[in-house]
Design a protein around this ligand. Structure first.
Ligand code: HEC
Length: 164
């Protein structure tokens, strides 16, 4: 009986996880790797809950990434992680600096951290693959500096037009 109860609680815990992050087995592995990277590389500015570390009512290290349209859109998210982001977002500026990670992180590592962010703290979006990160990395390889939001949005639009 005890064994049976243990089994039921394992199944219940498993299904809770699946409800928050509707990921397959391979994606869950990616999620876990991404969580580890987040907890070492992003947490200082974005906080354990993704809301951004707040210094005082007018100053924060980084924006709240939960529910952000740049997190919901995997292509924009990938471009931010590869090159970094600068300048105000929705009229607000932040103390932290969002540097690009293209030189320090692999496609798989970036896919993992995005899969984690997109499936934690209330976010629920599909996993990101290393292949799609590799494609974006190649497409924007000539850019050297962090995006402003305006440049970021324009970069996606420009490529849409050129592939029409
Ligand atoms: C040193 C501080 C710092 C670190 C470390 C950092 N970020 Fe950021 N992040 C920022 C700041 C500051 C911004 C906003 C930049 C701006 O104002 O243009 C930002 C912006 C973002 C955005 C865009 C949010 C939006 O709504 O547009 C995402 C997504 C993001 N970061 C994810 C990450 C992830 C994932 C990591 C770890 C791999 C990370 N950041 C590491 C400071 C940081």
């Amino acid at each position: 009986m005890k064994k049976f109860i243990t089994l039921i609680s394992i199944l219940a815990a498993g299904s809770c996880f699946a409800a928050e992050a509707d990921l397959n087995e391979a994606e869950k592995v990616l999620f876990e790797k991404g969580k580890t990277l987040y907890m070492s590389n992003c947490i200082a500015c974005h906080g354990p809950d993704g809301k951004g570390v707040v210094i005082n009512p007018t100053m924060a290290m980084a924006p709240n990434q939960n529910g952000s349209p740049r997190v919901a859109d995997a292509e924009l998210f990938t471009r931010i992680l590869l090159k970094g982001l600068t300048g105000p977002i929705e009229g607000k500026t932040y103390i932290g600096v969002m540097i690009g990670l293209e030189a320090s992180q692999t496609d798989e590592a970036l896919a993992g951290v995005m899969t984690y962010v997109r499936n934690s703290n209330g976010n629920s979006y599909p996993a990101v693959t290393a292949e799609s990160v590799a494609k974006t990395r190649e497409a924007i390889k000539d850019r050297k500096t962090p995006w402003t939001i305006e440049e970021l949005l324009a970069s996606v639009k420009k490529e849409d037009e050129s592939t029409e």
